[in-house]
Design a protein around this ligand. Structure first.
Ligand SMILES: Nc1nc(=O)c2c([nH]1)NC[C@@H]1CN(c3ccc(C(=O)N[C@@H](CCC(=O)O)C(=O)O)cc3)C=[N+]21
Length: 281
């Protein structure tokens, strides 16, 4: 048996086409959707993501500005930039890239992102509302997991879902979104005893750790749907997920890296920015 490949490129295109149509209308009405990205890192995969966001935004008819504060930026300077962009009426979406300089965290700084502009769902207010079932932007990566499952009509209600990884912007919010869809959700992490025993219960397995080949064939329940959120650069300059290629021997279907969750993440970030512009007065 070899797994069906669940690509994200087609879904990403559809989301972007819809965002582009609305962006054009808003721009014509004098409200050109604008995404501002703040970055303070020399991390290559983050830099790649920022370039790809900008490319996709411009192609979709959005304005996108990148505010690079440098890898040695002081936390206070990042906070000040977020406060300034939060107050700028021309900016509708605002995101802060990770990783951040040592001495601060996304969790600490994200409360400086205005709630209504928090298109990557990083503000604790957005995350708390998400956990409470109230409207808020979900972190784009976590939402991309469920968007892909929906796109491929994978049933979630009453099914066993296991999320590997408990980060604030991916693992935890993905678990909340799956719970909202009535899945039975288990979250695993670095201290989980016998990871393979838990992941073998998963009808839907979400790998969101950021470690290449963490999930092997032995971790996969035969026939499971596997969503690979990892984006790990290899020394050769390629990109691999958290799921080893051999997992395809046991999975029923799985998302590729590249071309799976990543493009859907970018598309949702743009959709959120257009929605934020739509709601702005
Ligand atoms: N606050 C914050 N939120 C994030 O969501 C966030 C972040 N910080 N910091 C950096 C990481 C990285 N990340 C990626 C998203 C999409 C692709 C993506 O679309 N990759 C292409 C592959 C590109 C290639 O081939 O090199 C794909 O999967 O098809 C990659 C990486 C989001 N991140």
């Amino acid at each position: 048996m070899t797994a069906t490949v669940l690509t994200g490129t087609e879904l990403a295109k559809a989301i972007q086409a819809e965002a582009a149509a609305r962006a054009e209308e808003l721009a014509a009405a004098g409200r050109w959707p604008h995404l501002a990205v703040v970055t303070a890192t020399a991390d290559e995969s983050s830099a790649w993501y920022v370039r790809s966001i900008r490319r996709a935004a411009l192609k979709t008819g959005l304005e996108c500005t990148v505010h690079d504060l440098g890898a040695d930026a002081e936390p206070a300077a990042i906070h000040e930039k977020l406060t300034e962009l939060s107050a700028d009426p021309l900016v509708h979406g605002l995101m802060l890239q990770t990783p951040l300089p040592s001495g601060t965290t996304l969790e600490e700084l994200a409360s400086a992102i205005a709630f209504e502009k928090d298109v990557d769902g990083a503000n604790p207010l957005s995350l708390g509302r998400l956990a409470s079932g109230l409207p808020a932007f979900a972190p784009a990566t976590a939402e991309a997991v469920v968007a892909l499952l929906d796109h491929y009509k994978v049933p979630l209600s009453g099914r066993q879902a296991v999320v590997v990884g408990r980060s604030t912007v991916v693992g935890k919010p993905a678990a909340h979104l799956l719970l909202d869809r009535d899945a039975t959700v288990t979250i695993c992490h670095s201290r989980t005893a016998d990871l393979a025993a838990v992941t073998n219960t998963a009808e839907v397995l979400v790998a969101a750790v950021g470690r290449a080949a963490l999930i092997t064939a032995a971790h996969v329940r035969p026939g499971a749907v596997v969503i690979d959120v990892g984006t790990n650069p290899t020394p050769e300059g390629a990109l691999v997920g958290d799921v080893a290629p051999e997992a395809a021997e046991r999975a029923g279907s799985l998302t590729p890296v590249p071309g799976g969750v990543g493009p859907v993440t970018t598309a949702l970030l743009l959709r959120h920015t257009v929605l934020a512009a739509d709601r702005a007065s």
